[in-house]
Every structure is written in C-alpha cells, then in structure tokens.
Design a protein around this ligand. Sequence first.
Ligand SMILES: Cc1cc2nc3c(=O)[nH]c(=O)nc-3n(C[C@H](O)[C@H](O)[C@H](O)COP(=O)(O)OP(=O)(O)OC[C@H]3O[C@@H](n4cnc5c(N)ncnc54)[C@H](O)[C@@H]3O)c2cc1C
Length: 381
Amino acid sequence: MNHDTVVANAKDVADRVLAPAARQSDREGRFSSEAVAALGAARLLGLMLPEEVGGSGLGPRSFAAVVATLAEADASVAMVYLMHVSATATIAAARPGAAVAPILKDIAAGRHLSTLAFSEAGSRSHFWAPVSRARRNAAGARISAKKSWVTSAGHAQSYVVSSLAPEATDPTQSTLYLLQKDAPGLSVAGPWDGLGLRANASAPMTLEGCEVAPEHQLTEDGGGFPAMLQVVLPLFNLGTAAVALGLCRAAVAATAAHLKTARFEHLGQSLGESLPTLRAQLATMQIDTDGLAARIDDVVDHLERPRETTMLRVLESKAAAGDVAINVTSAAMRACGGAAFSKQTNIERLFRDAHAGAVMAPTGDVLREFIGKAVLGIPLF
Ligand SMILES: Cc1cc2nc3c(=O)[nH]c(=O)nc-3n(C[C@H](O)[C@H](O)[C@H](O)COP(=O)(O)OP(=O)(O)OC[C@H]3O[C@@H](n4cnc5c(N)ncnc54)[C@H](O)[C@@H]3O)c2cc1C
C-alpha cells in the first residue's frame, strides 16, 4: 500500500468505526476492540514493517498522517495505535538471535496488537531508568516489576517491557524484552479512569516473576536505553505530536461548526457572524494548528533525511505539540462557552484528551530540560 492508500484507509476507519463510538467510549472508559480489529483489517497495524513480512514498508510521513487522521476522530484509539507502532518498530529492530518473525507476520496480518510497558512506579516519568532488575535463570530471564501505566493493558497481544539488565551498574543499563499477553505472572494491576484518553486502557500492570526465553530478549543486555532513544523516541514523539494535531483539527472544526450554527435570534446572526472576538479566537486556533502541521512536516523531513539537528527537532516536536494542543482546545472551550462546558459538543473531550501529551514521558518539562541542555552543549544524561 502507498501513502495515499493508507491515509484513505485510516480515514475510512476513523469515519466508520472511531467517530460514531468516541463519545460513548470516552464516557464509559471503554477500550475499543472493534477499532483495533478495523485497523488490522485495513492493514494499518503493519504500516512501517518491511514488505517481506507483509507490512507496507512506509515511513514516518505516513505514520504521522495516519495517527493525526485517527486522532481527529478518537485520540484514545490514535494513542493505542502509536504505542503499537512504536512497540512494533522495537520488535522489528530486535537483536540477531531474537525469534520475532512470526510475531511480525501476525502484526502485518492485523492479528496482533503490541504496546510499550516502560514507566515504573519507582522511576515514574523517568522511563529510561527502570528500577526493576531482570534476573538470569535457566529459562533466560525472570522479571518482576510494577509498570505504572501501560496503554492497551490487558488488550494487547504482547508487551515490550524494560528492566535493568542483570549486571547493570548504572540506572540506564536496561534491557528490552517481549512478553506475551498470557505470560504467567503478568496481570493488569488496577483500573484506568483518567481525565482524558479514557478509552485507551492505560492501566498499571504487574510482572511477578515473569520468565522470558532468550529468543524474546529484544536487545542485548544494557541495550534497552539506546533502543529507547534511537527507535522509540523519534516515533513516539512524532506520533504524540500527530495526536495533538488531530485534536487541534477536531477542535477547529467543532468550533467552526458551533460558530456557524449557534445563533443570536434577536440579532438574526450566527455567533460567528456576530462576534469578531470569536472569529479572532478561531483564527488563532487555525494559525496554531497549521503551525503544528508545519512543525510535524519539518520533523518528518528530519527523520527521512537525518542530520545534526534531527534529535533536537524530535525533542521539540512533542514539547511544542503538547502546548499547542492545550492552547487550541482551551480556546475552543472558551469560544464555544456553555455549549462546550455542558458537553453539547465534543470539545470538552478534546480538551481533556489534549492534556495527556504533556504528562506522557518524556514530559514537556523533561523535554525542555533536555532541549536546554542540548542548546548549551551539556550532556543530557
Ligand atoms: C494516558 C497515558 C498513557 C500512558 N501510557 C503509557 C504506556 O503505554 N507505557 C508507558 O511506559 N508509560 C505510559 N504512560 C506513563 C507516562 O509516560 C509517564 O510515565 C507518566 O505520565 C508520568 O507521570 P508521573 O506522575 O509518574 O510523573 P512524575 O515523574 O512524578 O512527574 C511529576 C512532574 O515532575 C516533572 N518532572 C519530572 N522529572 C523532571 C525533570 N527531570 N525536569 C523537570 N521536570 C520534571 C514532570 O514533568 C511532571 O510535571 C502513560 C501516561 C498517560 C497519562
């Protein structure tokens, strides 16, 4: 499939499956297995996998476009999808000797959802420093860990899990492993009842002596940190920025629709016709949204043609997008007044969903810390 086909497929899934269910999924905090099945049927789960295993062999440009399209309809599903694509890239980049081919084929065939289980209760948003430590045993490795947030918890077929390498002497010497959903000792440890992204099952999970065979050790011992930085971070940051873009586009559309249809009967005008202040707010939302789209194009270009400034742009993209999404959806709340506040529109969901990006790791604050250090030439870690 080419770029245009996958984006058209994403739009079809978004219109047919995501948009009609988004409000109810949000209200009930319900994970949409139907959405995942539709993404699989549309061959979107293997978007970036090589054609040899049945994937579409597409790159970051298509990934960002698909995520933004999904997020415009339901950001919870878009987040499930971006975690899956980030996890899939990590599995595809597995060290020689890892037996991941059957899983990649299943992903490309649309039968397998994966996700990332990095954050731990002990190291919180500092996902690069797991406090759990893998132990070597006859079977390979044994891991016990408290994973504080795992998107698609209990719904994914596999989990890319981080843990300190058995002989690690530094907090960043982690290893990544692949755990199957039915691994003994793996369980969802609580409910997910977030402010936003309520339909993506980002619940805590517990690993209690989970055994991992050597063929499911994805990185060399201590190789988890470089994989997090080189494989996961660019996709995760780009994908999170694309979720923000989808949310902004939805907020602009919902605000414009409201300003066109809500009327001051006594003046014989719509809100948009009557109030220049609202038109100005809508204009600022549009400017910010298009600015974010341009930033995403720029980071995509940097990923397609890597250069010295690529990592800086990757860091900036998520930091900036988190703020833009909060600003644009806040402006939508204000422009649509009581109608937004009383949930007559979908704007309050967009507003709540928009607040997740900045707290997801690397958080907006941590990214600023990294960017400031990078500009000053200070080592990040
Ligand atoms: C919807 C959702 C889905 C998620 N899904 C996943 C998932 O699938 N997999 C996964 O591994 N994790 C996931 N997470 C976890 C996420 O990536 C973060 O680890 C988590 O949100 C951090 O929250 P915390 O309260 O532990 O942050 P804390 O680390 O306690 O941070 C508290 C505050 O301190 C600030 N702060 C922390 N360190 C610094 C610093 N060095 N400099 C400046 N400020 C700093 C933070 O920005 C934040 O404002 C998810 C989170 C959310 C909200």
